[in-house]
Design a protein around this ligand. Structure first.
Ligand code: PLP
Length: 386
């Protein structure tokens, strides 16, 4: 389906709301019924029909249709955050005594879900490096129900071979899930590669304006129905109609924003890869990425996140570089209009590292929508401070 049709037309029944081009924000918790018979008829169809906004809401419904079409999945659910989407989807697919195989170092709160939260309910996880499919195969147990992927991850960009993992999982009847926030459906199509459930932090590229926290679950109608009638309705981590509307608006320009962010990121990578004070650039399409072939094979583009390490072994030097940036804002998150720098040194509570620990020397950069010249000039002057 044509992407511009999905983003501009699909799901929008304009004749039902005064032919308005922008959809209405149906800011209501509740919907009324004309009679008891209608209530009786509608109640078994809460997945499809607006009865109460925790289940279905017409503004959210428009967004669901667009996100599913963009993904090439049968349906989608939208939640209050990426973490809500991830937790809801994972919990819906495990029972007490079950086991998960996850890629090592997924998003921090995904790690906490698997390491701290799920063990309270008897669900255990084996973390594997994931750069070789045999690592997943060796970790599968008779009670493994979910294989969890994040490719590429959003700090050092390790990838997993999605088609190979999907094939392995299918042979064992295991559900596969991927956090696809980095690539979005525009640059990576996990469903086409056989992955069952695709998850997003829509707070990043999909919303795209640093004003909404939201998450998405994409998959088959059957999987979405299963999640809807269990964790989605029970835990109730829904998006508000207002935020769904902001996401619909954000989606209109997703291809433009992503393309701009990606193009500028490629320029920034080229600049940093040739800079003597930069030790290494981490980026899926970097010529130094040992998984470059896989990145080119399963991704059709590269987003605007990259990470560098500096030619230093001192945490103060990393701090000084980050503090010298003027155009890049210091912050977590990414995917909005503004360029960001997230130094790993900020996670060292007392500002010191143990001997041998070089983890502080990673600075993640998100390339927003500013002109590349201004961003490169900012990096240049900050590198002159070290
Ligand atoms: C931000 C992020 C999340 C969490 O999403 P929230 O919307 O902040 O809850 C999950 N995965 C990745 C890769 C992220 O970048």
């Amino acid at each position: 389906m044509d992407i511009s049709y999905i983003l501009n037309e699909l799901g929008e029944e304009r004749s039902q709301y005064f032919n308005a081009v922008a959809p209405p924000i149906i800011q209501t918790s509740n919907f009324m019924f004309p009679d008891v018979e209608t209530m009786r008829r509608m109640f078994p169809h809460e997945f499809e029909l607006p009865i109460y906004t925790r289940g279905n809401n017409p503004t959210v419904e428009i967004l669901r249709k667009k996100l599913a079409a963009l993904e090439g999945s049968e349906d989608a659910l939208v939640l209050a955050s990426g973490s809500a989407a991830i937790a809801t989807a994972v919990i819906a697919n495990v029972n007490q005594g079950d086991h998960i195989v996850s890629v090592a170092k997924p998003y921090s709160w995904t790690t906490k879900l698997m390491q701290n939260f799920l063990p309270r309910f008897g669900v255990t996880t084996t973390f594997v490096d994931g750069t070789d499919v045999s690592q997943f195969e060796n970790a599968i147990q008779p009670n493994t129900k979910v294989i969890y992927l994040e490719s590429p991850n959003t700090f050092t960009f390790e990838l997993q071979d999605l088609a190979a993992v999907a094939k392995l999982a299918k042979a064992h009847g295991i559900v596969t899930m991927i956090d696809n926030s980095y690539s979005t459906a525009l640059y990576q199509k996990p469903v086409e590669l056989g992955i069952d459930v695709v998850l997003y932090s829509a707070s990043k590229y999909i919303g795209g304006h640093s004003d909404v926290v939201a998450g998405v679950i994409c998959g088959t109608k059957e999987m979405m129905r299963k999640i809807f009638y269990s964790e989605y309705m029970t835990l109730g981590g829904i998006i508000s109609p207002m935020n769904a509307w902001l996401m619909i608006r954000g989606l209109r320009t997703l291809p433009l924003r992503l393309e701009r962010s990606a193009r500028t990121a490629a320029e920034v990578v080229a600049y940093l890869e040739n800079h003597p004070k930069v030790r290494r650039v981490y980026f899926p399409y970097s010529k130094t990425n040992p998984q470059l072939e896989l990145a080119k094979r399963q991704m059709s583009g590269c987003g605007g996140l990259l990470t560098i390490s500096l030619e230093t072994d001192q945490i103060e030097v990393v701090d000084r570089f980050a503090n010298s940036l003027k155009r890049f804002l210091l912050g977590v998150s990414w995917g909005g209009h503004e360029s960001l720098a997230f130094p790993a040194s900020s996670g060292y509570a007392d500002g010191t590292a143990q001997p041998g620990d070089t983890g502080f020397n990673l600075i993640r950069l998100y390339i927003g929508l500013e002109e590349p010249e201004g961003l490169i000039a900012d990096l240049k002057q900050a590198l002159e401070h070290i």
